[in-house]
Design a protein around this ligand. Structure first.
Ligand code: GDP
Length: 528
């Protein structure tokens, strides 16, 4: 392929994720984006598909029963002259690790805020993660069809709490029953809201000029107050600045209602215009530019059971440079092995298709038979290791006990494989042959026992275990490390990836160990 065509393919890509507090409207917005991307014809079909015609695994039934989204998937659609990759993230906070890692695979995010509630906890946490990489953020304030809080106050809250400057692009005209549309501050255009058109693609009805007869007529009694409000907003708010947005210091803000499919189009138009094309990534040795021709990518997620007929696992790869061609040879760097990849898949609204070509910025899925781990780097031969894909020490620990002791092998294999997916972690203490599972939230334990039963045919129960926290340990001085390992034998365990960990029964115990062994590093996060 000619060089310019290659660059065009990469420059077209826009890869992002949506961050929000549960219930702010992420799923609804996703659906409306897929409508605009013409991946679906009517809203509602994404959820419907999960249940019936599209075969998904049994533990997704659990997900449905609980009304949460456990797994994240990838959706690709063309919009205008761009190719948009939307990475879905699990909404429930027990799965936040997965979300954090997904955020390492995107170039920008869309932050959704419930206009009635304002900035909520989980959004604050996720913003902190975005800030680690100065990820550009676009904001959508949702639910304008309801009684929301004063928009000016909402923007103040975004600025105060999230520590980012807010630059409104559109401004809402009224709210709740009196919601009449949004006004674009930069194009001096009103986009007219028409009720009851949430399920299909609707025309964009515009009124040019706030100072027009049509505008006066459309706004009616609201007109004079709205004109004053716009004066105030223009005077008091920040002006949009592309460089500041790309640096993660200013967020353009759009208003609308996802349920009624309004305001999303304006937001998406802004997104494809401003959001960054694929950006480079750091490795242990050098910075890799997205426009380099040699292929490279890293694994940020492993997911099981997308298709229960196959029971395989898919490793999600973010392509960081170059392109994937079906049948190409890749070097799996951690193993130092070359593999020929003929069956990578791409994702479209939950469906998997075989992919022939994919470019920097895209996400592809590799079939994983147990050799691929989160954080693994693949290249066309160069010895690289992408950095910045975190692994957090779990917060909750349980000992796993079998109801049928003869199934030990199956249990070990199951726990090992589930820990490779990255949502739980397995620890095997040195002093006994217990199996300890660590998780960020309670729900993960339930998912693990459900899947052990469903996929590995083992039933287990959880018991309390005297572990408060875990730290990955390292030391540059081999002699000191040996001594440490001898003296602390009772506290040491090996995790699912073979790394030595210190399982501290209490915080005080950990503090004392850290004091006693100053040469040993006790790490709360581990990079894959
Ligand atoms: P998620 O948890 O962030 O994925 O949120 P959902 O998209 O599932 O939305 C949560 C609830 O808010 C659902 O009942 C939606 O129907 C509702 N919702 C989403 N967007 C709007 C909106 O613009 N207006 C109103 N009134 N409700 C909305």
């Amino acid at each position: 392929m000619a060089n310019q065509d290659f660059l065009n393919e990469i420059n077209k890509r826009r890869t992002f994720a949506i961050i929000s507090h549960p219930d702010a409207g992420k799923t609804t917005i996703t659906e409306k984006l897929l409508l605009l991307g013409q991946l679906i014809q009517t809203a509602g079909s994404v959820k419907g598909r999960k249940g019936d015609k599209h075969a998904t695994s049994d533990w997704m039934t659990m997900e449905q029963q609980r009304g949460i989204s456990i797994t994240s998937s990838v959706m690709q659609f063309p919009y205008k002259d761009r190719i948009v990759n939307l990475l879905d993230t699990p909404g429930h906070e027990d799965f936040s690790e997965d979300t954090y890692r997904t955020l390492t695979a995107v170039d920008s995010v869309l932050m959704v805020i419930d206009g009635a509630k304002g900035v909520e906890d989980r959004t604050i946490k996720l913003m902190d993660v975005c800030r680690l990489r100065d990820t550009p953020i676009l904001t959508f304030i949702n639910k304008m069809d309801r009684d929301i809080r004063d928009p000016i106050e909402l923007l103040d809250e975004v600025e105060d709490v999230l520590k980012i400057r807010a630059a409104p692009i559109t401004w809402p005209i009224g709210m709740s029953h009196f919601f009449k549309g949004v006004y674009n501050l930069y194009t001096d255009t009103i986009h007219v809201f028409i009720r009851g058109r949430g399920h299909t693609l609707t025309d964009d009805i515009q009124i040019k000029g706030l100072d027009s007869d049509e505008a006066r007529e459309h706004l009616g009694d609201l007109y004079d107050d709205f004109v004053d409000e716009i004066d105030l907003v223009k005077g008091a708010s920040h002006e949009f600045d592309l460089d500041e947005y790309l640096a993660g210091r200013i967020t353009p803000v759009f208003f609308g209602t996802a349920l009624s499919n309004f305001g999303i189009r304006e937001m998406l138009d802004g997104f494809v215009q401003w959001a960054p094309a694929p950006m480079g990534r750091g490795t242990l040795t050098r910075h890799v530019e997205s426009r380099e021709e040699a292929f490279s990518g890293f694994i940020f997620k492993i997911q099981a059971n997308m298709d229960p007929k196959h029971r395989d696992r898919v490793a999600f790869m973010r392509i960081c440079s170059g392109s994937y061609r079906k049948g190409m040879k890749m070097r799996h760097n951690r193993l130092g092995k070359d593999v020929k990849v003929t069956d990578a898949v791409s994702f479209t609204a939950g469906d998997r298709d075989s992919v022939d070509e994919a470019w920097s910025g895209d996400i592809i899925g590799l079939h994983n038979h147990g050799t691929i781990q989160i954080g693994d780097t693949f290249t066309e031969g160069e010895d690289l290791k992408f950095t910045g894909i975190p692994h957090f020490a779990p917060e909750l620990y349980r000992r796993v006990r079998l109801t049928d002791p003869l199934k030990m092998k199956a249990l070990q294999k199951g726990l090992q494989q589930l820990s490779e997916e990255g949502s739980t972690q397995l620890f095997m203490p040195q002093r006994n042959n217990e199996l300890i599972v660590g998780a960020v939230g309670q729900l993960q334990f339930e998912v693990v026992s459900y899947r052990l039963k469903d996929e590995y045919k083992v039933e287990c129960i959880y018991e309390a275990v005297n572990v408060n926290t875990a730290r990955w340990v390292e030391c540059d001085d081999p002699k000191k490390f040996e001594e440490f390992k001898r003296k602390c034998y009772d506290y040491l365990a090996v995790d699912g990836g073979g790394h030595l960990t210190y399982l501290a029964p209490t915080r005080v115990n950990l503090m004392m160990a850290e004091e006693k062994w100053p040469d040993v590093r006790f790490r709360a996060t581990r990079e894959h």
